[in-house]
Design a binder for this molecule. Structure first.
Ligand code: GDP
Ligand code: MG
Length: 440
């Protein structure tokens, strides 16, 4: 699976000081497979791999990261940039009514998304919205939209018998102008596959209505097939954006990359449920994490990058490695590091479910972090560096100063001792000894 592949990537690069052409070969292959498994189209995968390679080689590895983490970080960044980097908003800056034309295959989610969009515009943007359906082939589809209009509080423009799509569109636009609607959403008919008659029909509508947004609606579950559909629609129409639907299914998000790559147009919304509230604005960074399938581990990496003072981190690592000279000041610094990263609970949120469970069992919560800091703050420098001088009277003074009990001071000191022992063990006997130590 994906997460497995990426942790393999991290392992592959263990112990490397710098990312080089030769040591990232295997990692690149894993990423390539991971992307294909996520349903990203082959040409997109190739392009992405080339970019990652270029960015990764010679990449400086921060002391707070392993080379594997740094590499995955590069992959993540490139995924984001291939999806357009920043989130892009719906454009409504035109003389009202702003026309939004919905295009896409049958079943992609055009009608549902029209309803969701109407709700979003009414509730979030306080707009007056008119809905119209040009799907004259399926009376049920028109009724479906009418129902959505009722549910969202949008106005609905009814179709007269025998009207052609162009006539319906023109009449609706005229009505929207007269009734001061801010937005006119035009739902259209789709076909099961790319079809010339359909393309001609929607092109004519586009020319006639001159929409500010022409949104290509595509089903994320289509995976690789989304590429061909996206290509056909972007060649026939001046698309302005994409709505990627059905991401609540087991779609792995690869379509997001492919569609952006092929059309060159930003994804503006995602459909995440059948119901009317199931519409979200699109965030490239979140989608990149989804494609990598790693929860928000990457967020954690970024957090570390931001909050670590490189020099401090190096010094601390050195001490942790040697176990020498590690005192209560360093112990406090470790806890402060944790706090900078948003505390234990924020860190737990970002870990994948399994890891998070394990971390919770260790039982370090934010209160403990704060208390630890308070206790160490109440110690003199001498006490921090030489904790063995801490006898009963000093402990009582510290406890009073920190507003805790003497037992808590003792607990902290024994935690510190354990941490120190652990470091020594790691240093002497390596991991296996440490594991034995933990069991016993
Ligand atoms: P259209 O032919 O393009 O108009 O597609 P519809 O809007 O009629 O949607 C086709 C089916 O997909 C319907 O059953 C919708 O309820 C469903 N659907 C649309 N968007 C989503 C979504 O984001 N999530 C889920 N789970 N279902 C969706
Ligand atoms: Mg429809």
């Amino acid at each position: 699976n994906l997460t497995g592949r990426l942790s393999d990537v991290i392992k592959t690069l263990k112990g490397e000081a710098r990312l080089t052409e030769s040591n990232i070969q295997k990692a690149l292959r894993e990423v390539r497979l991971a992307l294909l498994e996520a349903d990203v189209a082959l040409p997109v995968v190739k392009d992405l791999i080339a970019r990652v390679k270029e960015k990764a080689i010679g990449h400086e590895v921060m002391s707070s990261l392993t080379p594997g983490q740094a590499f995955v970080g590069v992959v993540h960044q490139e995924l984001i940039s291939i999806m357009g980097g920043e989130k892009e908003d719906l454009n409504l800056s035109t003389t009202p009514p702003a026309v939004i034309l919905m295009a896409g295959l049958q079943g992609a989610g055009k009608t549902t998304s029209s309803g969701k969009l109407a709700k979003w515009l009414i509730e979030q943007k306080k707009k007056k919205v008119l809905l119209v359906s040009c799907d004259i082939y399926r009376p049920a589809a028109i009724h479906q939209l009418e129902l959505l209009a009722t549910q969202t509080g949008a106005d609905f423009f009814p179709v007269q018998n025998g009207q052609k799509p162009g006539e319906i569109g023109a009449a609706a636009l005229d009505y929207a102008r007269k009734h001061h609607h801010d937005v006119l959403i035009v739902d259209t008919a789709g076909r099961l596959g790319i079809d010339e008659a359909m393309m001609n029909e929607i092109s004519e509508l586009e020319t006639l209505l001159n929409p500010i947004e022409t949104l290509f609606v595509v089903d994320a579950m289509q995976g690789q097939d989304a590429v061909n559909t996206a290509k056909a629609f972007s060649e026939a129409l001046p698309l302005t954006g994409v709505v990627l639907t059905k991401l609540d299914g087991d779609a792995r998000g690869g379509a997001a990359l492919s569609v952006k790559h092929v059309t060159g147009k930003p994804i503006k919304f995602t459909g995440i449920a059948e119901k009317l509230t199931g519409l979200e604005t699109f965030h490239p960074d979140r989608m990149a994490s989804r494609i990598l399938g790693m929860g928000d581990v990457l967020g954690l990496i970024e957090e570390a990058q931001r909050s670590t003072d490189e020099h401090e981190a190096k010094k601390l690592m050195q001490k942790v490695k040697s176990g020498k000279g590690f005192d209560l000041n360093d112990f406090k610094a470790q806890f402060q590091q944790m706090k900078k990263m948003g505390g234990m609970s924020a860190m737990l949120d970002k870990l994948p479910a399994q890891l998070s469970q394990a971390a919770q069992n260790v039982n370090v919560d934010d209160k403990v972090i704060n208390r630890t800091e308070a206790i160490i703050n109440s110690m003199t420098q001498q006490e921090r560096v030489k904790p063995e001088i801490l006898k009963a009277s000093r402990k009582r003074r510290i406890a009073a100063g920190a507003g805790v009990s003497v037992q808590e001071v003792n607990r902290l000191l024994s935690q510190f001792d354990q941490a120190k022992k652990m470091m020594k063990m790691m240093n002497k006997g390596g991991m296996s000894k440490m594991m034995r130590g933990l069991k016993g």
